[in-house]
Write a protein that binds this ligand. Structure first.
Ligand code: PMP
Length: 359
């Protein structure tokens, strides 16, 4: 087996022990005589798998009892719509911070369901930093306040949360969930597409304070209605059963690493190694404002598009793959989620040093 270091932004690298366990159990799970993929989602054997994944997520994130945990199809994009459908009410308004392309996508979607106020934006600065905000601009009567804690394309991360008082904070954590500690009680809703730190694609996790349930707009399709999904243990329809099982394996792996607190330390070290090199390099230059650098998505350029493309190509030949920046911004992006080991980042930095020495 010849595994590469995969720096893809999502779907992204999964821990090898997870893939190996899944492979070992692929055709026959335990003594059930069948694959997880072949199980009825209503069977007791599958419900055990579902409840195990939920319990692990609650444990590693410290999710309090008064929060529901949902595993829902459609990725984070489906939740861009579900957030307003569930929280906006029939004629409500919500505050959004526009800190990146996905943050923007979330607020554009929300406009279909109610009034959206953009209270801070770094769009004019090509999202190279988290915009600063003024609490006086926040609407105390907003139904919710939406942020994107890590901006996958631009490589920025919130270093502090806006203080929204009684207004519930709704956070898209797609690209940094489980990579650093958060206090779940600071949020009304946390949601995240699965395909970075949770497992394979096709699903989002939603963690929502229970008192926010049951207020969905009347036109909300039942599959998007969190209250109905919470009642049905995410089984209003047939859920992405295998993806949930894989998420359970990834959570087991994370727990074995020492949990979120332990992996956060490794993530800080990994990011520091790469940023320290970017800061001393004469060829490569980080593109995000250093005050808001993401620990998950490290974006950089050489200043020459052809050189960037050549670097990405040569790196791939050396087994360091998927380093091309997002098509919106170009350049180079190394996504270093939980499953990327320190050795992968060390190999990337060594390769960058060597590349720089030869051009
Ligand atoms: N939000 C963020 C921060 C993301 O990075 C992404 C995908 N990369 C999305 C939302 C969209 O997620 P999905 O493709 O799962 O709908």
């Amino acid at each position: 087996m010849n595994r590469v270091y995969n720096f893809a932004p999502g779907p992204s690298a999964l821990p090898l022990p997870v893939l190996e366990k899944a492979a070992a159990e692929l055709a026959c799970y335990g003594d059930t005589g069948m694959s997880v993929m072949e199980m009825s989602h209503r069977s007791s054997m599958y419900l055990d798998i579902y409840r195990h994944a939920e319990a692990l997520l609650r444990e590693v994130m410290g999710v309090p009892e008064d929060y529901a945990v949902l595993f829902l199809p459609g990725g984070a994009t489906a939740q861009f719509a579900a957030i307003p459908m569930n929280l906006m009410g029939e004629d409500g308004s919500a505050d959004y911070i526009d800190s990146g392309n996905f943050a923007h996508g979330a607020l554009v979607e929300a406009k279909k369901f109610g009034k959206v106020r953009v209270v801070a934006s770094s769009r004019e600065e090509n999202y190279m930093r988290i915009p600063s905000w003024n609490e006086a601009d926040f609407d105390p009567n907003a139904k919710y306040f939406h942020i994107t804690t890590n901006n996958t394309i631009f490589g920025t991360r919130y270093t502090e949360l806006p203080k929204t008082g009684k207004v519930p904070l709704a956070a898209d954590m797609s690209s940094n969930i489980l990579s650093e500690r958060y206090n779940v009680s600071d949020f009304g809703v946390i949601y995240a597409g699965a395909q970075k730190n949770i497992g394979p694609a096709g699903m989002a996790i939603v963690i929502v304070r229970k008192d926010l349930l049951g207020q969905a707009q009347a036109s909300t399709p039942k599959i998007y209605d969190w209250a109905k999904q919470a009642e049905a243990e995410s089984m209003v329809n047939t859920p992405p059963t295998y993806t949930i099982y894989m998420a359970g394996l990834c959570l087991e792996w994370l727990k074995a690493q020492g949990g979120v607190e332990a992996i956060e330390k490794v993530n800080i070290e990994k990011a520091k190694l790469l940023y320290d090199f970017l800061d001393e390099s004469k060829l490569f230059k980080g593109t995000a404002d250093p005050a808001f650098r993401s620990r998950m998505n490290v974006t950089y350029v050489t200043g020459d598009k052809d050189r960037d493309a050549d670097f990405v190509k040569q790196a791939a030949k050396a087994g360091l793959v998927n380093l091309k920046g997002h098509r919106l911004v170009g350049g180079i992006r190394a996504s270093i989620y939980n499953a990327m080991p320190m050795e992968g980042v060390q190999a990337l930095v060594s390769f960058m040093k060597e590349y720089e020495a030869h051009v």
